[in-house]
Design a binder for this molecule. Structure first.
Ligand SMILES: Nc1nc2c(c(=O)[nH]1)N[C@H]1C(S)=C(S)[C@@H](COP(=O)(O)OP(=O)(O)OC[C@H]3O[C@@H](n4cnc5c(=O)[nH]c(N)nc54)[C@H](O)[C@@H]3O)O[C@H]1N2
Ligand SMILES: Nc1nc2c(c(=O)[nH]1)N[C@H]1C(S)=C(S)[C@@H](COP(=O)(O)OP(=O)(O)OC[C@H]3O[C@@H](n4cnc5c(=O)[nH]c(N)nc54)[C@H](O)[C@@H]3O)O[C@H]1N2
Ligand code: SF4
Ligand SMILES: [Mo]
Length: 746
C-alpha cells in the first residue's frame, strides 16, 4: 500500500487546473502538484490549488450535521428539516421558503444536477444565487443578443492577436467566464507573437502591468467608453461585419451611439478622446481581435449595457465566432440538437421592489427586503447551499441582522461561518477529496474544447451522504412537503431515473439527435452499469453531446467510462470551432444587435453623462491567495498582500490627511467600516478599493484561523439599492463613500 497518486480537477476557481494529489493510507492528502499531463493546464498550479490538501483536511470543517448548534445524526437532522420545512410551507405557502445558492455549487456535480431539482421542488419564486452578484448582466446580454443566456463567447486567447480586456484581473482571479489555466502565460504569449493586450481598469492591476497598454477608467463608466468605441467604428467606417452573419439592428445601433462621441464621454470615463479613437482603430485594424469584459463590467449600474457592448464590438469588428476572436466553446456534455426557447426576463417580479426575474432568479440585492417586509409572500425560511451572503451580498450586514428573524435557516455548507451561524440545521457536504468532479458549469467556458472527470480520490466514510444525496433528499422533502416520510429515504437514484428517462425521451424525439427514433428503454440499458446514478447521468450527457459516442452512433466518441479510464488527465477536444448556427436561438433566428430593452436603457446612460459625480467611489479587488469568503481559514494563504486594506490614491490620501498605515473610517449610505489605509498610485484618483469576503470576527462561527485575522466586511458598506436595473445585478463598483481619518491607536 503506502501513498498513491490521484488526479483530479481543482475545484477552487474557474481555471479548472489538473491536480496531482498524493494520498496516504489514511486517506489524507499529503502533497499537491500541478498535473503535467492535463492537456489544458499542463502542470500549472497557483498558490490556492497548492493548498488543496490543507483545505481538504481543515480541522474546522464540519464532520457531521448541527441542529441548533449541537452535533446531530444525519437522520435526525433531516427529519428536523423535513418537519420544519413542511410547517413553514403549510403556514405561509411555498413562496415563504427562499433559497440562496452560492459560488462553489457552480464547481460541483451536485450543484448543477441536484440544486436545480431542489429549486424546482421548492416551487418558490424566492430563488437567489451569487449570479446576481456576479455575471447576470452577461447572461441577460447574451440572452438578448443570441437567444441563449448561456451562449457567452470567450476570447480565443491562444489564437488572438489583440485582446481588449475590461474589468478583469486574471493574474489574481485566474480568469472568469474564460477558463484558461495560466491565463498570464497565455497573455504573454499574445505579446510574444506580436499581438497586443490592452487593459481597462480603475486600478493598474498585475494584469495591467503585463499588458501593452492600461487605460484608467472611472468605475461604472465602461458602457460610456464602449459606446464611444462603437461610435468611432461607425464614424470612421471601420466596421467589418461579415456578409453572411444573420444580423438585425445594425442601423438602430448606429443611431443610438450618435450622442456618445469620444469627446462627449471623455470627461465621465477619464479616458482622453484621442485615446478612445486610437483604441477603436487598433481594434479594427487587428487581424484577429477579441474584446473581453468580466466582473468589473458586470457589478456596476450599467452592467448589462457594458456586457452587451463588449459583444457588439466583437460583432462589428467581424470577430464574433471566428478563430482568434470571441468564440462559443462546445462543451462535451451539452447536446447541440436541443433548441432552447428564446430568452426573456421579467416573467415575474419581486414582491417588494418589483425587480424583474432573470433566469428564474430574483436579484440577491432584494433578498433582505423580501425577508424584512411583512405581508403575503414574505420570506420565513431560507436554505443556503454553498453560499455566504452575509459577506458576499450587497449590504450583507443587513442580511446578518435579518436572518435571526426567520423561522428556519438550513445551510448545506462545510463551515460554520458568518451566514451558517444563523442556521437551525447545517448539513455539511463531505471533503472535496471524497467528492467526484466534472465541471458542468465551467466546462462551457474553456478556451479549448476539453473535458475531464475525476472520481472521488478517497471513498466516502460509511453513513456520510455525498452532497448529491443531501440535495436529492432536500428536493424530495420539498416536493412532498407534508408527507410524513418525504425525503427521509430518498436517494439521488430516484431523481436521476426520472431525469434520465425524460432526457432520453426528448433525445429520441429530437430531429438531429444522434439517437433520433431509437427506443429510450434500450438506450437506458446502455448507461454504465454498476456506477452511481449520478455517473449514469453524466454518461448519458456525454454520449448525447457533440463529442459523444451517441449510443453507438460514433463508436469512437466519448462515454463516461472512456473519459474516466482512458483520459484520467482530461481530454483535449481541439481548438474552439465556429458554431454560431448551433447556439443562435433568438425568435428571429438572427443576432439581435440592438435589443429594444437595451436601447431603452440608453437614456439612463446619457443622463449619467452630465450628472454630478461623487468625490470618492468604492470598488473591490480580488486577491490571488483568497477565494471570496472561504479560503481565509487556510494558514498558508494568509499574510503578504492578502490582507484587507484600503487602497487609495496618494493624492486623495494627502488631501484628506491620511498617512500610510493610518486607520480610516469608510462610510456609505448603508454603514461604515474601519480599515488600514494603504496609499498607492495603482488606483486612480477618486477611487478607493477594499477586497470582499473578509469580516470574520462575528461570534458563533468556527473558522479559527480566519477569526485571528478577520478584516472587515466590505459588504457592510456596499448598497443593495445600487443595481443594474436590466439584470437586477448588484453594483459593487462605484459606491459613493466618504473617508474619515481616525486617531491612530496608542
Ligand atoms: N484569487 C481569487 N480568484 C478568484 C476569486 C477570488 O475571490 N480570489 N473569485 C472568483 C470569482 S467568484 C469570480 S466571479 C472571478 C472574477 O474574476 P475577475 O473578473 O478577473 O475579477 P477581479 O480580479 O475582481 O477583477 C475585476 C477587475 O475589475 C476592476 N474594476 C472595478 N470596477 C470597475 C469598473 O467599473 N470598470 C472596469 N473596467 N473595471 C473595474 C477591478 O479593479 C478589478 O481589477 O474570480 C474568481 N477567481
Ligand atoms: N463587494 C463585493 N462583493 C462580492 C463580489 C465582489 O467582487 N465585491 N463578488 C461576488 C461574486 S463574483 C461572487 S461569486 C459572490 C460569492 O458569493 P457566495 O457564493 O455567497 O460566497 P462564497 O464566499 O463563495 O461562499 C461559499 C460558501 O460555500 C461553502 N462551500 C465551499 N465548498 C463547498 C461545497 O463543496 N459544497 C457546499 N455546499 N458548500 C461549499 C463555503 O464554506 C462558503 O460558505 O460574492 C460576490 N460578492
Ligand atoms: S488557478 Fe484556480 S484551478 Fe488552478 S490551481 Fe489555482 S485555484 Fe485551482
Ligand atoms: Mo463570482
Amino acid at each position: 500500500m503506502g501513498s498513491r497518486a490521484v488526479y483530479r480537477t481543482c475545484p477552487l476557481c474557474e481555471a479548472l487546473c489538473g491536480l496531482e494529489l498524493t494520498v496516504d493510507e489514511a486517506g489524507s492528502i499529503t502533497s499537491v502538484r500541478g498535473d503535467r499531463e492535463d492537456p489544458l493546464s499542463a502542470g500549472f498550479l497557483c498558490p490556492k490549488g497548492a493548498t488543496f490538501g490543507r483545505l481538504d483536511g481543515d480541522p474546522d470543517r464540519l464532520d457531521g450535521p448541527l441542529v441548533r448548534g449541537v452535533p446531530a445524526g444525519w437522520d435526525e437532522a433531516f427529519s428536523v428539516v423535513r418537519d420544519e420545512l413542511a410547517g413553514v410551507i403549510a403556514r405561509y405557502g411555498r413562496d415563504a421558503v427562499a433559497i440562496y445558492v452560492g459560488n462553489p455549487t457552480a464547481h460541483s456535480v451536485a450543484g448543477p444536477l441536484y440544486g436545480s431539482a431542489l429549486i424546482k421542488a421548492l416551487g418558490t419564486r424566492n430563488v437567489y444565487t451569487a449570479s446576481t452578484a456576479d455575471q447576470m448582466p452577461k447572461h441577460v446580454s447574451c440572452g438578448h443578443l443570441f437567444g441563449d443566456p448561456l451562449a457567452i463567447p470567450v476570447p480565443d486567447l491562444d489564437r488572438t492577436d489583440h485582446l481588449l480586456m475590461l474589468g478583469a484581473n486574471p493574474l489574481e482571479s485566474n480568469g472568469s467566464l474564460c477558463s484558461a489555466p495560466d491565463f498570464g502565460g497565455r497573455l504573454k504569449a499574445i505579446r510574444a507573437r506580436g499581438g497586443r493586450v490592452v487593459v481597462v481598469d480603475p486600478r493598474r492591476t498585475r494584469t495591467a502591468t503585463l499588458a501593452d497598454e492600461h487605460l484608467f477608467v472611472r468605475p461604472g463608466t465602461d458602457a460610456h467608453l464602449l459606446m464611444a468605441l462603437v461610435h468611432t467604428l461607425f464614424a470612421e467606417e471601420l466596421t467589418a461585419v461579415p456578409g453572411g452573419l444573420p444580423l438585425n439592428g445594425l442601423d438602430e445601433l448606429r443611431a443610438l451611439v450618435v450622442g456618445f462621441s469620444p469627446e462627449r464621454v471623455a470627461p465621465i470615463t477619464g479616458v482622453p478622446a484621442e485615446v478612445i479613437r486610437r483604441t477603436a482603430r487598433e481594434l479594427a485594424a487587428a487581424e484577429r481581435a477579441a474584446v473581453y469584459g468580466r466582473i468589473g463590467t458586470c457589478t456596476q449600474e450599467f452592467g448589462t449595457l457594458a456586457s452587451w457592448l463588449v459583444d457588439v464590438l466583437n460583432v462589428l469588428t467581424g470577430n464574433l465566432d471566428r478563430p482568434g476572436g470571441a468564440m462559443f466553446p462546445r462543451p462535451a456534455h451539452m447536446p447541440v440538437y436541443r433548441r432552447r426557447r428564446p430568452f426573456t426576463t421579467g416573467r415575474w417580479r419581486s414582491r417588494v421592489r418589483g425587480l424583474p426575474e432573470a433566469m428564474g432568479e430574483l436579484p440577491v440585492a432584494t433578498l433582505a427586503d423580501e425577508i424584512e417586509t411583512p405581508g403575503e409572500g414574505q420570506i420565513r425560511a431560507l436554505i443556503t447551499v454553498g453560499g455566504n451572503p452575509v459577506l458576499s451580498a450587497p449590504d450583507g450586514a443587513r442580511l446578518d441582522r435579518l436572518l435571526p428573524s426567520l423561522d428556519l435557516v438550513v445551510s448545506v455548507d462545510p463551515y460554520l461561518n458568518e451566514t451558517t451561524r444563523h442556521a437551525h440545521v447545517v448539513l455539511p457536504p463531505p471533503r472535496p477529496a471524497q467528492t467526484p468532479h466534472y465541471d458542468l458549469a465551467l466546462l462551457a467556458f474553456t478556451v479549448r474544447d476539453y473535458a475531464r472527470y475525476s472520481p472521488p480520490a478517497v471513498p466516502l466514510p460509511d453513513g456520510r451522504p455525498a452532497e448529491t444525496e443531501i440535495l436529492a433528499r432536500l428536493a424530495t422533502m420539498a416536493a412532498g412537503a407534508g408527507a410524513p416520510s418525504a425525503g427521509i429515504d430518498a436517494s439521488p437514484a430516484d431523481l436521476d431515473e426520472l431525469v434520465i428517462m425524460s432526457t432520453l425521451g426528448r433525445a429520441v424525439a429530437a430531429p438531429g439527435s444522434p439517437v433520433h427514433g431509437r427506443d429510450p428503454g434500450e438506450l437506458r440499458k446502455m448507461l454504465a452499469d454498476g456506477s452511481s446514478s449520478t455517473e449514469q447521468r453524466l454518461d448519458m450527457m456525454l454520449r448525447l453531446g457533440p463529442y459523444g459516442e451517441g449510443f453507438g452512433a460514433d463508436p469512437d466518441g466519448l462515454t463516461l467510462a472512456r473519459l474516466r479510464d482512458e483520459h484520467p488527465h482530461g481530454v483535449d477536444l481541439g481548438p474552439l470551432k465556429p458554431r454560431l448556427d448551433e447556439v443562435l436561438c433568438t425568435a428571429s433566428g438572427r443576432v439581435e444587435l440592438c435589443p429594444p430593452a437595451f436601447a431603452a436603457d440608453i437614456d439612463r446612460l446619457a443622463a449619467a453623462l452630465d450628472a454630478p459625480r461623487p468625490d470618492l467611489v468604492l470598488i473591490g479587488r480580488r486577491q490571488l491567495r483568497s477565494n471570496n469568503s472561504w479560503l481565509h481559514n487556510v494558514p498558508e494563504l494568509l499574510g503578504g498582500s492578502n490582507t484587507c486594506t484600503l487602497h487609495l490614491n496618494p493624492a486623495d490620501a494627502e488631501r484628506l490627511g491620511i498617512a500610510e498605515g493610518a486607520r480610516v473610517r469608510v462610510t456609505s449610505r448603508t454603514g461604515a467600516v474601519e480599515a488600514v489605509a494603504s496609499p498607492t498610485d495603482t488606483v486612480m484618483p477618486g477611487v478607493v478599493s477594499l477586497p470582499h469576503g473578509w469580516g470574520h470576527d462575528l461570534p458563533g462561527t468556527r473558522t479559527r484561523v480566519a477569526a485571528a485575522r478577520p478584516g472587515v466586511n466590505v459588504n457592510a458598506i456596499t448598497d443593495d439599492r445600487l443595481i443594474d436595473p436590466l439584470s437586477g445585478n448588484a453594483a459593487f463598483n462605484g459606491v459613493p463613500v466618504t473617508l474619515t481619518p481616525l486617531p491612530s491607536p496608542l
